[in-house]
Design a protein around this ligand. Structure first.
Ligand code: GDP
Length: 481
């Protein structure tokens, strides 16, 4: 097989230690083969079992993907009231929920579910996600065809209320054991506002039933991977796939999300101008969910108190006007990348390093690629910029992120970085400590089934196992460590 793992160091490096298949056309997706020259080599190696699982997945996707014989047959069966299961191909259709960071982490979760249950992942996205990613699987497509029959029902009331897994269970006394026939398709509604009956997805005894449903339609927007580790059907295989639990998003993210040539242009032009010659790259991601209750002078103070305490940014020499170290000779260059919707933090930092020298006399460059001011919806270029910035943050050596932000999670996961998380103030006082080092590089699952959103309560006596902890930034959230 020509796309199997090739152990020679050069090829292996370019293909991220065998993570990527080699059978793809280089020009259509330059980032796929060039990203290893920009990212530091990852110290985390994918397990051989993950690699073989991915190669098997690629074959399955090629066999069952859009417009193959099996696909056409499976689509026809959507019209029958129950599953005939004659094609040998089962699918999970991913629907977008929330915005980009949430979409990326839920897409990775959907892919892991597809790996575990031998499904084929098809992606439905509106035009605002065009031009972000390359096709990840060789010689096929992961895009849901435009003529997919259920497409105009995806957001309908009927889908959520009649065709959802949760609803089916509700109507059958919360148990799938009494149901004799599998429907041809079901919606898995796993978004932040899901209800108790939707959460039954996470119960082991319901997975057997789901296995026989040919089409699952998933709406989530969440990084639900930690709770897959709690389902005993999957636990053993997950531990072989990922002996190092905190590398799930790191590997799957690097496998799936390759910037399109358009995004790669933004990324590499920035890199070459500001990062390439730097001795150290520092990323600051400042995300404010309630800018009105987080005054910028307070946020700025917090950023500085965090970076000073943890020694992340070069220290200023406030007594001097000019550094004593001789210029030009072995001078260290440090590049600070600020990602934020707002420009004030960038302006303050740039000004700070212009007005005063640093104690060690380093040259400091401060850059912010964009400041979009407002979060925009449905705009493709806005998303390309956001994606490019997440990716550029992943190329840093030191990363500071903000509470609650999937934008930051994507950057840390792709980069293999444990960031310092800023606990953004929203009650006019700076939290103490101002930031905390993340336990692992994994994203946080914000709304696990063990959290009751309406009552704002965590359910007690849930055993999450040794590798799952509550998140640093969301007390009821869960993450792998
Ligand atoms: P989260 O809300 O922080 O979890 O991250 P999401 O990516 O899900 O949503 C935030 C959205 O706001 C992004 O997708 C961007 O559209 C926009 N946004 C937030 N922060 C930034 C930033 O630093 N740079 C850019 N370009 N866009 C941002």
């Amino acid at each position: 097989e020509n796309n199997s793992f090739q152990p020679t160091s050069l090829v292996a490096d370019k293909l991220l230690g065998g993570l990527l298949a080699s059978a793809l056309d280089e020009g259509s997706c330059i980032s796929r083969y060039h990203s290893s020259m920009y990212h530091k080599t990852s110290p985390y190696k994918p397990s051989l079992y993950l690699l073989s699982k991915l190669r098997k997945y690629e074959n399955r996707h090629k066999r069952c993907g859009p417009y193959t014989k099996s696909y056409i047959k499976a689509v026809k069966e959507l019209n029958s009231s129950h599953a005939n299961r004659t094609t040998g191909c089962n699918y999970i259709v991913w629907l977008p929920a929330n915005v980009l960071g949430n979409r990326i982490v839920s897409l990775a979760s959907a892919f892991l579910y597809a790996l575990l249950t031998n499904r084929v992942l098809l992606v439905h996205h509106g035009t605002d996600m065009d031009d972000l990613f390359c096709e990840p699987f060789p010689n096929t497509s992961w895009l849901l065809p435009a003529d997919f029959p259920l497409k105009n029902q995806f957001d309908s009331f009927k889908m959520r209320n009649i065709h959802s897994h949760g609803n089916l269970l509700k109507n059958n006394n919360m148990s799938s054991s009494t149901m004799l026939q599998q429907p041809a398709f079901l919606l898995l509604y796993l978004a932040y506002d899901y209800e108790d009956h939707d959460k039954l997805f996470y119960q082991d005894q319901n997975q057997g039933f789901l296995r026989k449903v040919p089409w699952l339609i998933l709406k989530s927007g969440q990084y639900f991977v930690p709770s897959l580790f709690s389902i005993s059907t999957f636990r053993k295989e997950l531990s072989i796939l990922f002996p190092d639990r905190e590398t799930v998003f790191h590997h799957l993210g690097r496998y799936l999300f390759h910037p399109s040539n358009k995004a790669w242009g933004l990324i590499t032009r920035f890199y070459q101008a500001y990062f390439e010659k730097a001795d150290e790259r520092i990323g600051l991601q400042i995300r404010l969910f309630h800018p009105e209750s987080s005054p910028s002078h307070l946020v700025m103070k917090q950023i500085l108190s965090c970076t000073e305490k943890e020694n992340l940014l070069p220290q200023l020499d406030k007594q001097k006007h000019v550094a004593l170290a001789s210029p030009f000779k072995n001078q260290t260059l440090k590049a600070i990348l600020v990602a934020s919707l707002h420009s004030i933090y960038y302006e303050n930092l740039r000004n700070m390093y212009w007005m005063k020298p640093t104690v060690n006399g380093e040259a400091i460059g401060v850059y912010q690629p964009s400041h979009e001011e407002y979060q925009q919806f449905g705009d493709n270029m806005h998303n390309v910029k956001a994606w490019a910035e997440m990716y550029m943050l992943s190329m840093t050596d030191v990363l500071v992120t903000s509470t609650w932000s999937t934008f930051g999670y994507v950057a840390q996961g792709l980069g293999g970085l444990k960031p310092w998380i800023l606990f953004i103030p929203d009650n006019q006082t700076i939290p103490d400590p101002p930031c905390q080092r993340a336990m692992s590089m994994e994203p946080c699952f914000h709304y696990p089934p063990s959290y009751d959103r309406k009552a704002n309560m965590m359910l007690d006596n849930v055993d999450h196992g040794p590798h799952i902890r509550h998140c640093e930034d969301v007390s009821w959230g869960l993450k792998l460590v």
